[in-house]
Write a protein that binds this ligand. Sequence first.
Ligand SMILES: Cc1ncc(COP(=O)(O)O)c(C=O)c1O
Length: 408
Amino acid sequence: MTQSRAPATRKLGAEESNFDIVHDRSQFGSAKWANQWDEFSPRVDGSGLLSLWTADMDFRAPEPVIARLREAVDHGIYGYTKRDPRHYEIVRSWFQRRHGWSVDIETLLPAPAIMPSVAAILRTFTQPGDGVIVQAPVYSPYFQVVRANGRRLLINRLRLADGAYELDLEDFERQAANGARALLLCNPHNPAGKAWTREELTSLDAICERYGILVISDEIHCDIRLNDRPHIVFSSIGDAAAAKSFICTAPTKTFNLAGVPAATLSVADPERREELFQVMQASFMLNANYFGRLALEVAYSSGDQWLDSLTRYVRDNVDLVSRRAASDLPGITPMRPDASYLIWLDARELDAKVEGVHRFFVEQAGVNLYDGRVYGPGGEGFIRLNVGCPRSVLEGALARMASALASL
Ligand SMILES: Cc1ncc(COP(=O)(O)O)c(C=O)c1O
């Protein structure tokens, strides 16, 4: 793994590196703490609940991001904004030093966020009725983006072996042969936080190559890496992979910027890049959001030390969940993530016993996790725990869950 240092090594401020601070998020309309989002949300009343479900964190962004946004807010003029060449150089440099990915700046396209980009790619390069493969259980808007755009959902179930997911390549090939035109790859995989290996990606690529399948690789969770397994950018595995792929990246999960979105795509094939550019332009998707652009640039150029510190904190939270699950949470087996701040909990036996484990913890423990059924086939009996929160909040949630289980 190539991981050169940040351009200027920065010492974190005392508050900036203190992820233990609990911030009240209720006053600015946080979806996570309102426990509401869209049709996939749990239909629960949020009052009194500890919210460890949807994927944003309860931490403040790096101080330089806040400072720059504050300056921009105080300036008071929020007009159209422009990404200059420096913007793309900042993106290139981030991926070079964090992931050893030498992306050619020419391949980069700006985007408002990941999911609108996925929709635009599907509409541009697939036809209504074409098959699109998703690997379930997976981030639920994948199902929606395929179906809502009139494409045919082809589900390739991941296989559970010894408590970890692996690819089912035989089934993948069956789906590939069933009229698939694209694979929507979650790399690393949400909800299990699995970082696909070079070998796994190469196996997928070989089948995609045989069947003429394009690969949309959603790499939004690539930056928070909890062990020494590197993140492999799909297009970096070889020229054929690069030629068929659309790499979708964003700083929004990494730096907790989901409310000020900005994203970057890399499309190595020049003709497809031009075609996508034209489609995005025709959909008026290319004007940058003022705050999103600023946040991306500052985060990618000054966020290294914050991210390293955050990663250590998240890893300790993951360790805490493993320990507490082993000692106090009978019926819950956490799957250790390679990346992200999300832990997929296997609670299948408990789910049957309490007739719905998600509802059980909401009602009996006052803890809202994400119901595994949301993630499609294979998600039944699982729950997803977001540990992007102060340790005291996590400890409180685990204690509540333990006492609900003890009273069974
Ligand atoms: C795998 C994955 N892709 C995309 C998104 C959302 O990205 P955006 O808000 O940029 O559309 C999420 C958010 O949770 C996610 O987990």
